[in-house]
Design a protein around this ligand. Structure first.
Ligand code: IPM
Ligand code: MG
Length: 364
């Protein structure tokens, strides 16, 4: 029987609540499957680790992850530690260190969920945002000098490489090609940013030639926000720079009903390194410890993890279980206007996963 080695990194805040829930779903799945099993290793990295060791993860932490087939990540962020330290010390260290250059963020309005766009039918909103995940505005290049003096200066350089832009566009075109509508929108801001974004556009046009069957267009990032609200059905696959996609994906998640639902995969497409899957919601200190965090973002991330491992049937089964549960308003957590707890939603998804197992069906 195949065994997948999974690293779990709950991190901070509600990550500590939703990652164990995600693991429970994977365990329920493995119990009801005959073809594979999981070997989990948990890493207690994050804010608490920082308080003890002065760093978010050990210096050789990446080495431990290299041996894994996939990583399930919660969130990084602590009320007592500056955000740029938690981010750069853990999540970005992993994404950049393991060259997870394609950040994939699907958005759909799941059954039973009420999106804020009253004129939008749920089938009008079915997007996947591809975020460049290793460079651009998050290059980390820049500096500060004359700190505290009137002549203080600071820079953050948005750095784009031809290789980096080419590979993310190619990934996005390929993904668009694999979806029924074969439609890609390239987000840009080349009217104002006249160097890197112009190169970004040029490379998109070059890569497009390799995909004659994909229809594509370009949209300025500011106009894209209005288009997402006014003409959601005109979009399908979307590719954007690191920061542009960060912003657009929060808008996408909110338009689909809640930040608590949205999943993401940080993918190394060449599979030279393990990929990492996480809900996009972050640590959410306001609700941490209350047991009401929505675990659906983690469960959908688990679906992406399974797809990445090639377990498409199991992935589809978990997705069906999620949709079965969201369709029932009694199983909505407070972010969706309900009163259900993390534990109740998790138990319901696990029960549904178990009851739809092939082994169960043959017995029944
Ligand atoms: C995301 C998050 C992070 C990001 C934060 C936590 C720094 O917003 O994954 O979208 O900006 O990358
Ligand atoms: Mg974000």
């Amino acid at each position: 029987m195949k065994t997948y080695r999974i690293a779990t990194i709950p991190g901070d805040g509600i990550g500590k609540e939703v990652i164990p829930a995600g693991r429970q779903v994977l365990e329920a799945l493995a119990l009801s499957e005959r073809s594979f099993t999981f070997e989990f290793e948990n890493f207690d990295w994050g804010g608490d680790y920082f308080r003890q060791h002065g760093m978010m993860m050990p210096v050789d932490g990446l080495d431990a992850l290299l041996k894994k087939d996939a990583i399930l990540f919660g969130s990084a962020g602590d009320p007592d530690i500056p955000d740029h330290i938690t981010l750069w010390g853990l999540r970005l260290k992993i994404c950049q260190g393991l060259d997870q250059y394609a950040n994939v963020r699907p958005t759909r309005i799941l059954p039973g969920i009420d999106g804020p766009l009253k004129r939008c039918k749920s089938e009008d909103l079915n997007w996947v945002i591809v975020r460049e995940n290793t460079e651009g505005e998050y290059s980390g290049v820049g500096g500060r000098m004359h700190q505290g003096h009137p002549i203080e200066v600071a820079t953050d350089l948005s750095l784009m490489t031809r290789a980096g832009v080419e590979r993310i566009h190619r990934y996005a075109f390929r993904l668009a090609q694999s979806r029924p509508r074969k439609l890609l929108t390239v987000i840009t801001k080349s009217n104002a940013q006249r160097h890197a974004m112009v190169m970004w556009d040029e490379i998109a046009a070059q890569v497009a030639k390799e995909f004659p069957d994909v229809k594509w267009d370009k949209e300025l990032v500011d106009a894209a926000t209005a288009r997402m609200v006014n003409r959601p059905a005109s979009l399908d696959t979307i590719v954007a720079t690191n920061l542009h996609a960060d912003i657009l994906s929060d808008l996408a998640a909110a338009l689909a009903g809640s930040m608590g639902i949205a999943p993401t995969g940080n993918i190394n497409p060449e599979r030279l390194y393990p990929s990492m899957f996480e809900p996009i919601h972050g640590s959410a200190f306001d609700i941490m410890g209350k047991g009401v965090a929505n675990p659906v973002g983690t469960f959908w991330s688990v679906v992406m993890l399974l797809e990445h491992l090639g377990e498409f049937e199991a992935a589809a089964r978990v997705m069906q279980a999620i949709e079965h549960v969201t369709a029932n308003p009694a199983l909505h957590t407070p972010d969706l206007g309900g009163t259900a707890t993390t534990a109740e939603v998790t138990a319901a998804v696990c029960a549904q996963v178990t009851s739809t197992a092939k082994s169960h069906l043959t017995v029944a």
